[in-house]
Design a protein around this ligand. Structure first.
Ligand code: FEO
Length: 173
């Protein structure tokens, strides 16, 4: 396959695996803060990133390209609050969105329409990813320092993680 596109897809695999690592570190942070619902939600989100990486991994191989894995940096491990962590997650998603958009543009410029078409799934997925993280941020902002509110939201996030888990399994089949 086109070498420039292949290199950019490999970089995207690295970025998705980096997102997996970052969100798993956030899940561990939430566990340490006794927020099991947030931890389950973020763990589920981390699993989705692994799935995003593997979809590209499979696509490159289907095109008879070469996947080359590279180092993933150590993730941050501490955040000031649940709100701080979720804001960092949104910032990360925005970087992923920019990277996907650049990848679509490169594919088109190189005349690789198959890759541009494949990436459309990621373009749509990023809208949802930013939306769900932003929804949690808005709720956390409303709650502020109100402990019982955080307790209730943690329960809600845990329920969402369970629901999304079932939907994710359907997607995978
Ligand atoms: Fe794979 Fe959350 O972007």
């Amino acid at each position: 396959m086109n070498e420039k596109v292949q290199a950019a897809l490999n970089a995207q695999i690295n970025m998705e695996l980096g997102a997996f690592y970052t969100y798993l570190a956030m899940a561990a942070y939430f566990e340490s803060e006794a927020l099991p619902g947030f931890a389950a939600w973020m763990h589920h989100h981390a699993d989705e990133e692994m799935m995003h990486a593997m979809k590209i991994y499979d696509f490159v191989h289907r095109r008879r390209g070469r996947v080359l894995l590279t180092a993933i940096g150590a993730p941050k491990t501490e955040w000031a609050s649940a709100l701080d962590a979720m804001q960092a997650a949104l910032g990360h998603e925005q970087k992923v969105t920019a990277s996907i958009n650049a990848l679509v543009e490169l594919s088109r410029a190189e005349g690789d329409h198959a890759t541009a078409s494949f990436l459309q799934w990621y373009v749509d997925e990023q809208v949802e990813e930013e939306e769900i993280v932003d929804a949690a941020i808005q709720k956390l902002r409303r709650i502020g320092d109100f402990g019982p509110g955080l307790y209730m939201l943690d329960k809600e996030m845990g329920e969402q993680a369970g629901g999304e888990g079932e939907a994710g399994e359907e997607d995978a089949s």
